[in-house]
Design a protein around this ligand. Structure first.
Ligand SMILES: NC(=O)c1ccc[n+]([C@@H]2O[C@H](COP(=O)([O-])OP(=O)(O)OC[C@H]3O[C@@H](n4cnc5c(N)ncnc54)[C@H](O)[C@@H]3O)[C@@H](O)[C@H]2O)c1
Ligand SMILES: [Zn+2]
Ligand SMILES: [Zn+2]
Length: 371
């Protein structure tokens, strides 16, 4: 058995995304079908569309989502139909060497659904794609769709009182940003933090830095509108790196030293370099922005050695969904962080392409598809 739903696919490199009918199989062993309530538009979806992640077209886009479990397959006991869940792309296996060492956030064998969702028979797309073509769900989720099939471990139960749009954002960008600060960067009370690139992910890093007790939070972007928003999220200082040298400005704001932790949330070599030189000696750089395969970086090795400290990457904010999602939902519900501020607009399923344009123009922090 299976069912047919509408979903947004990226048919080929740089082609506009479109709504198509897709076939969602009933959940097999260890799988769940989730009725999606909200799914945010993340820059990573745009990377997929542009072919910047891999070439496994066609993609079923969308991965920052919340919804209600509709049905579960054999052997699933952690979630049940009716549960309100955030979808995660880190369903840890529990048995790889990272999991066994007590570091499940680095799990090397995360779970996705085994069955494939496909294009409905009779569909025909450019490039010879037709009915029955298997879809590659973005980050193993594929939630710009009325329903999606995932591994049951990708469903993290949270308090259903939270708004679905807010909850969904924790499934990727907001978690990645907050986690880059509190988990990967290990920001502590009194630290100085700079965040380069203040989109959804960077602003979430600002929120995370504030939550962790940072004394100074410097937001850097090339767009004044983004800087104004970052300020409302908790940035104590802003730097427009189009009109000012980012490294010099950050140093000036930190007594000439540089920040204790610099979080790069753009994913470009030039901003990575800024992060590298804008941190204090023995400070930490966290790369949470995702580079494309063609990008390279050249740094004097002596500077890498001589400046000391830590150069870290942050995949998904080093989060553990079962630990971090419910905690952040609680903090939001208590009013200690305002995740609602990340939702700039809610849109319909057929407006994802337009949302990419608005993201590109810098008009939005997050557009969220509501169902
Ligand atoms: N590591 C992870 O797990 C993870 C998860 C989600 C997203 N991401 C990545 O994080 C990055 C940001 O995602 P987003 O959704 O916030 O994107 P976004 O497009 O909303 O934000 C990017 C921001 O960077 C700013 N910017 C662009 N060029 C800049 C420059 N040269 N200097 C300073 N600022 C600049 C833009 O003005 C914008 O505000 C993307 O690369 C995305 O793929 C990573
Ligand atoms: Zn594992
Ligand atoms: Zn994402």
């Amino acid at each position: 058995m299976s069912q047919q739903v509408q979903g947004v696919i990226a048919p080929g490199k740089n082609q506009p995304v479109r709504v198509e009918t897709i076939v969602v199989p009933d959940p097999g062993p260890g799988e769940a079908v989730v009725k999606i309530q909200a799914c945010g538009v993340c820059h990573t979806d745009l990377h997929y569309k542009q072919g910047g992640i891999n070439d496994d077209f066609p993609f079923l886009l969308g991965h920052e989502a919340s919804g209600i479990v509709e049905s579960v397959g054999e052997g699933v006991s952690d979630v049940a139909p009716g549960d309100f869940v955030i979808l995660n792309w880190r369903a840890v296996c529990g048995s790889c060497r990272a999991c066994l060492r007590g570091r499940p956030q680095y799990c090397f064998n995360t779970h996705n659904a085994k069955q494939k969702m496909t294009l409905l028979g009779g569909t025909s797309l450019a490039g010879g794609l037709g009915g029955g073509t298997e879809l590659s769900p973005a980050l193993g989720i594929g939630a710009f769709a009325e329903k999606t099939l995932v591994a049951a471990g990708q469903c993290t139960k949270v308090d259903p009182a939270v708004s679905p749009a807010v909850a969904g954002l924790l499934g990727c960008g907001v978690m990645a940003g907050i986690g880059a600060a509190i988990n990967t960067g290990n920001v502590g009370r009194g630290d100085s933090v700079a965040v380069i690139g203040c989109g959804g992910v960077g602003d979430a890093a600002v929120v995370g830095a504030r939550l962790a007790g940072a004394a100074k939070i410097i937001a850097v972007d090339i767009d004044d509108r983004k800087l104004a928003t970052a300020k409302t999220m908790g940035a104590t200082h802003t730097v427009n790196s189009r009109s000012q040298d980012a490294v010099e400005a950050i140093r000036e704001l930190t007594g000439g030293n540089g920040a204790d932790v610099v979080i790069e949330a753009v994913g470009h070599p030039e901003t990575y370099k800024q992060a590298f030189y804008a941190r204090d000696l023995a400070g930490t750089v966290v790369l949470v922005g995702v580079p494309t395969p063609d990008m390279t970086l050249e740094l004097p090795l002596l500077d890498v050695f001589g400046r000391g400290g830590a150069l870290k990457s942050s995949w998904y904010g080093d989060c553990l969904p079962s630990r971090d999602f419910p905690m952040l939902v609680d903090l939001h519900q208590q009013g200690r962080i305002d995740l609602g501020a990340f939702v700039t607009e809610t849109i319909a399923l057929d407006e994802v392409e337009k949302a990419f344009e608005r993201m590109h123009e810098g008009d939005v922090l997050r557009s969220v598809v509501e169902f």
